[in-house]
Design a protein around this ligand. Structure first.
Ligand code: ADP
Length: 306
């Protein structure tokens, strides 16, 4: 039996919800194909130009598959073919797509034995390899689709958030921001006045999504703790953000740990215009860039026909 899946890119943090909020994107997505092999262990074949490691212990998908095999007490092995379209280090959940895709793919092969919490726990082993920290803000929307809140990691408490049909524009400027570096520069302590602003925005954003209050969503897409520090790593960040909002975007900010920037818009025409603006800014300063105009994906990792 062969199992082929699509694993979507994700936007983590959603500006004010550092480490707790995320959404799944309709595009880009990775394709992964799994099959059972007699030889125990994991065999990885890459079908892209990213040169990711094929040793299972060094590949995000590999460590997740090894953990799934062990958890299931399975006595054979799994071969996975990875066709990556989400560039590693983009801030669009490239490692999470491999981790979540591997957890879901293994689960289908092994006969649907894992719960959603199991899948998130397994996939977090992959995130730990990529970033050194177990975090689920990319993995959860990648598995469940839509917008998700991680209320707690220990114990795991996942809350799917209903949301309006919004358009998402993403620009990926071709500069490198390592997730580990983007975490290291953050301050370890925050002022109470900033914390109050931040939790007002998080609550406002969640309420805005759930009640389809676009004005509230826009006002709440503000981050007074992480963005002021991290945006320094992304050239033209302030200019991109200001121009996109002028053009009618509800708001947005850094996607995950960057360098990608995302913006939410109410309609496709605005989302396209926002994409043109992003492209123009980066073209004008000579930074190669990719723009995606897409929507929030209702589904997470899903099986597709071969
Ligand atoms: P992103 O935010 O886009 O997921 P990260 O920096 O978090 O990017 O993760 C990418 C890192 O994980 C890279 O250093 C990459 O080499 C490593 N890695 C190992 N295996 C994979 C894989 N299967 N998919 C993506 N990245 C992987």
């Amino acid at each position: 039996m062969k199992v082929k899946i699509k694993s979507p890119g994700t936007v983590a943090n959603l500006v004010c919800g550092f480490d707790i909020l995320g959404l799944a994107l309709k595009a880009p997505y990775d394709i992964m194909e799994f099959e059972i092999i007699d030889q125990p262990g994991v065999v990885i074949e890459n079908r892209d130009a990213f040169n990711l490691p094929t040793e299972p212990e060094k590949n995000v998908a590999g460590v997740v598959l090894l953990a799934a095999i062990e958890k299931a007490g399975f006595n054979k092995g799994i071969r996975v073919t990875i066709e990556k379209h989400i560039k590693p280090g983009s801030g669009l959940g490239s490692s999470a797509a491999s981790a979540a895709g591997a957890a879901v793919g293994a689960n289908i092969l092994l006969g649907d034995i894992f719960s959603t919490d199991d899948l998130v726990q397994l996939a977090m082993i992959g995130e730990k390899l990529a970033t050194g920290v177990k975090h689920a803000d990319n993995i959860t929307p990648c598995i469940l689709g839509g917008i998700t809140l991680i209320r707690s990691i220990h114990p795991l408490d996942i809350v799917p958030i209903a949301s309006p049909d919004l358009f998402v524009t993403v620009v990926h400027p071709q500069i490198e921001v390592r997730t580990a570096d983007a975490r290291q520069i953050l301050r370890k302590q925050v002022y109470l006045k900033d914390a109050i602003k931040q939790w007002g925005n998080i609550a406002g954003l969640v309420a805005g999504f759930m009640t389809n209050d676009r004005g509230l969503i826009g006002r709440s897409l503000e981050d007074v703790i992480i963005e002021p520090v991290r945006s320094i790593l992304i050239p033209a960040f302030d200019e991109v953000k200001a121009k996109c909002k002028e053009a009618g975007a509800l708001g947005g900010g850094i996607s995950g740990s960057g360098p990608s920037i995302f913006m939410l818009s109410e309609n496709e025409a605005t989302a396209q215009m926002v994409g043109d603006i992003m492209k123009k800014v980066y073209d004008s300063i000579g930074i190669e860039n990719y723009v995606y105009v897409t929507t929030i994906a209702k589904n997470g990792v899903e099986r597709v026909s071969e």
